[in-house]
Design a protein around this ligand. Structure first.
Ligand SMILES: Cc1cc2nc3c(=O)[nH]c(=O)nc-3n(C[C@H](O)[C@H](O)[C@H](O)COP(=O)(O)OP(=O)(O)OC[C@H]3O[C@@H](n4cnc5c(N)ncnc54)[C@H](O)[C@@H]3O)c2cc1C
Length: 494
């Protein structure tokens, strides 16, 4: 355990622990569930595999953050052609501690699709509205009070010039009053360790960190939970917990892995979805980047839900990684990083993946198959994004396709093939979901409309796994609202 980790509430655990409700996983789904149940006076134990770090324990988007707060240092991939790099948080607060905080409500047409195709009850826009509003207030969703970063404005400028719809996306952020003339507003990301987790602890929830659960088993009316306490560097320590009710909130990859390892497999881990994303580094003649650039806030939604564009974190280490597809131009990052930024085109995707456990392996096998249409959409999205960037005065573009020439003028865009080459294209995603979809359609769904696992008593899921399909927008807003709705339903307060 790192020295900068905060003390967990229980360390090391004395087995067996007992509680009324165990919540496994402390990302947005788990933190909100634990908080609302504890605030209702229930006896809750929140269990987290990662350590409890203060938000400011490391600079955002740094190497140290990758080591402290990401699973496997951020090196995880879904196998397929092409394979897709994905990342997961592994710390108290989960992905909310490392993400960009860009907030969207679930689009109404997506809610309609989930109600029709998956038979989810009580999920209309009107029914979700109070949950969106309550979560927005709890994590302070707001727009940037000052000027957005220059690289973000470039995206907006290109879109406006082409007549395409571009919007500034609000974030869960609390901004300070500006005391200096700095153009970048300073603030604090309202992650789970800043919001729902302290509330849960204040309400009496116990937090057990550094504890990885690998098996759950129901015997009579009790759930028996087996795990390893990883806080002692020298040895693992076995942990056993008994609970009457169990919420699994380990995220869209680890939730199906834990359930499948425990022999619970019906519609679990068969329908993984994501937002496959292709990137392009743009180089301008003028400065667009700086050490304190922060998170770009514009997104172009002209072609949504099929695809959207945005600007990524573009610090020199991120640019250096992005440039691995063009190693001959690597020195451009050292010499010109202030004039460079990373942009992305994200598709909603019609492909599907799976999560499977392998005997003897800790990490699950994750597979994802892009459809031919996905490869075409990615290509069209990359072409349109490149067109926009030239419109915004970019001088050189480096797409994330290995052995592909850099582009220096708009008429070279036709070199981007109609279908992106599977063996050369490097795709990634930070949005994984839908591995245990909710609803009353028993052919497709793992859990009912409110997260209770079909065929089991006192077993619930509350995390990104529940979203029936990829929403086409940043997903945490949907995860939070649905977690709140389901916790209130469990408490009989909906
Ligand atoms: C770099 C990055 C940027 C992102 N940007 C945005 C954004 O701007 N806007 C947005 O809406 N979304 C964003 N996301 C996505 C968002 O963070 C996730 O969708 C969200 O965190 C998922 O919440 P969750 O509750 O499903 O699970 P997670 O946040 O993944 O949390 C699950 C937790 O469970 C723990 N866990 C897993 N297995 C076990 C086990 N066996 N035992 C005990 N504990 C376990 C994990 O350590 C983790 O802490 C981003 C994600 C990343 C990684």
């Amino acid at each position: 355990m790192s020295k900068s980790a905060l003390n967990p509430s229980i360390t090391p655990p004395k087995s067996p622990l007992t509680c009324e409700i165990a919540v496994i996983g402390s990302g947005p789904g788990g933190a909100i569930t634990a908080c609302l149940l504890a605030e209702a006076g229930r006896d809750v134990l929140l269990i987290e595999e990662g350590s409890h770090f203060a938000l400011e324990s490391c600079p955002p988007f740094s190497q140290l953050e990758l080591e402290q707060k990401y699973r496997n240092g951020g090196l995880t991939a879904a196998f397929g052609k092409p394979k897709i790099q994905y990342v997961e948080g592994r710390c108290v607060g989960g992905g909310s501690e490392i993400n960009s905080g860009l907030y969207h409500r679930t689009p109404p047409e997506i809610l309609e699709k989930w109600q029709t195709e998956f038979a989810v009850d009580a999920l209309s826009e009107t029914e979700l509205l109070p949950h969106f509003e309550a979560c927005e207030q709890a994590v302070t969703v707001c727009k940037l009070p000052g000027k957005p970063p220059l690289a973000s404005l470039k995206l907006h400028q290109g879109a406006v010039s082409l007549g395409w719809q571009s919007l500034e996306v609000p974030r869960w952020f609390r901004y300070q009053e500006q005391t200096d003339a700095s153009p970048t507003p300073k603030g604090t990301r309202q992650s789970m360790t800043e919001t729902f987790i302290p509330r849960a602890i204040n309400a009496g929830c116990k937090l057990l960190t550094n504890t990885r659960i690998y098996l759950i088993r129901q015997q009579g009316k009790q759930w028996f939970i087996k795990g390893d306490y990883l806080g002692n560097i020298e040895t693992k320590q076995a942990v056993e917990i008994q609970a009457e009710t169990l919420f699994i909130c380990c995220g869209a990859i680890q939730t199906p892995a834990l359930l499948r390892r425990s022999g619970i497999t019906n519609n679990i881990g068969n329908s993984l979805q994501m937002h496959p994303t292709v990137k392009v580094i743009a180089q301008f003649n003028e400065t667009v980047n700086s050490v304190d650039m922060g998170v770009p806030v514009h997104q172009v939604k002209e072609f949504a839900p099929r695809f959207s564009f945005g600007c990524s974190i573009s610090s020199p280490p991120y640019l250096a990684v992005g440039m691995t597809d063009h190693p001959q131009y690597r020195q451009q990052v050292d010499e010109n990083w202030q004039k460079m930024a990373i942009y992305y085109a994200m598709i909603t995707g019609s492909g599907q993946g799976s999560v499977r456990t392998l005997p003897g392996f800790r990490d699950p096998l994750v597979r994802y198959r892009l459809t031919q249409q996905d490869l075409k959409d990615l290509s069209e999205a990359l072409q349109k994004l490149s067109q926009l960037l030239f419109e915004a005065d970019a001088k050189i573009l480096y797409p994330s396709i290995s052995n592909f020439p850099r582009l220096t003028q708009p008429n070279e865009l036709k070199q981007i093939p109609e279908t992106l080459p599977k063996s050369q294209t490097n795709l990634m995603t930070v949005h994984v979901m839908s591995s245990c979809p909710m609803g009353e359609n028993l052919e497709k769904c793992a859990v009912n409309s409110f997260g209770k696992v079909h065929g089991f008593n006192n077993l619930y899921i509350s995390d990104a796994s529940l979203l029936c399909t990829a929403p086409g927008v940043n997903p945490q807003g949907s995860i939070m609202a649905i977690a709140r709705r389901n916790a209130l339903k469990f408490l009989g307060k909906l």
